[in-house]
Design a protein around this ligand. Structure first.
Ligand SMILES: *Cc1c(COP(=O)(O)O)cnc(C)c1O
Length: 235
């Protein structure tokens, strides 16, 4: 299993490097986050030894479970919807929350971070593809948020995150990624250079190369790494 994962990682690395090269970016500009939601803790445990220390989970309960089962030294990313009543237990464990999708959640994280005397880094999730079922701020809601973001005491917004719609031809995801970058640039202008928004979390198994070409600094990969590997609630 370790061998198979190593081979998949090698292939993915080559694809990431090639996508960076096409647009003159450095490999180090892009962080690979392995989204481990479909695999067991036993599979996830192999990743640091293979050089992958950024791990993501979609459901907070699963992040808690895996964070408890795996050694320290892993940077955990909450990439799926976070309910407000899960904020308290999640904050001590996470490096970055990608999925802040409402002003209420932003306020709750700020209040809980104050309570826990932490600084918390987050991304704002944007529904840039316009699909109804998706979480996230609408593109035109973001510009109203600048004052609120500046007023946060314990939370730093570090950029934006989106999920593109699934397309058989990933080239069709490009417009979503371009839009996210433009929205980030707009918000950046509003916030000014003292409040940097360096991050664009975009690109999944189906479309990560396009996302890198359009400026992704974090890609979130599950299927391309873990398809067919043992999952379930085993460990
Ligand atoms: C599952 C998931 C991913 C990974 O998706 P794949 O298509 O399997 O690579 C990325 N981001 C989020 C928010 C997810 O829930």
């Amino acid at each position: 299993m370790q061998q198979l994962l190593a081979e998949r990682l090698q292939t993915v690395e080559q694809r990431i490097t090639a996508a960076c090269a096409r647009v003159g970016r450095q490999r180090s500009d892009v962080t690979l986050i392995a989204v481990t939601k479909t695999v067991s803790s036993d599979v996830a445990r192999l990743l640091p030894g293979l050089g992958v220390v950024h791990l993501g989970e979609s459901r907070p309960q699963e992040l808690w479970r895996k964070a408890a089962a795996l050694p320290t030294g892993i940077f955990w990313h909450q990439v799926g919807h976070l309910q407000r009543n899960k904020v308290e237990r999640t904050l001590p464990l996470v490096h970055l929350i990608h999925s802040v999708d409402s002003p209420r959640l932003l306020a709750e994280i700020d209040a809980e971070a104050h309570h826990q005397r932490r600084r918390v880094e987050v991304l704002l999730e944007v529904n840039a593809s316009g699909e109804e079922a998706k979480h996230g701020f609408g593109p035109d809601e973001l510009t109203d948020l600048a004052d609120e973001i500046r007023a946060l005491q314990n939370v730093s917004v570090r950029g934006l995150m989106t999920m593109a719609a699934y397309e058989d031809d990933p080239e069709r995801c490009r417009a979503t990624f371009v839009l996210l970058r433009q929205l980030r640039d707009d918000l950046q202008r509003q916030l000014g250079e003292n409040y940097p928004l360096p991050h664009l979390s975009m690109g999944m198994s189906n479309d990560f190369e396009i996302a890198i070409e359009e400026g992704a600094t974090m890609i979130r990969l599950g299927t391309v790494l873990f398809e067919g590997l043992p999952g379930g609630k085993s460990a």
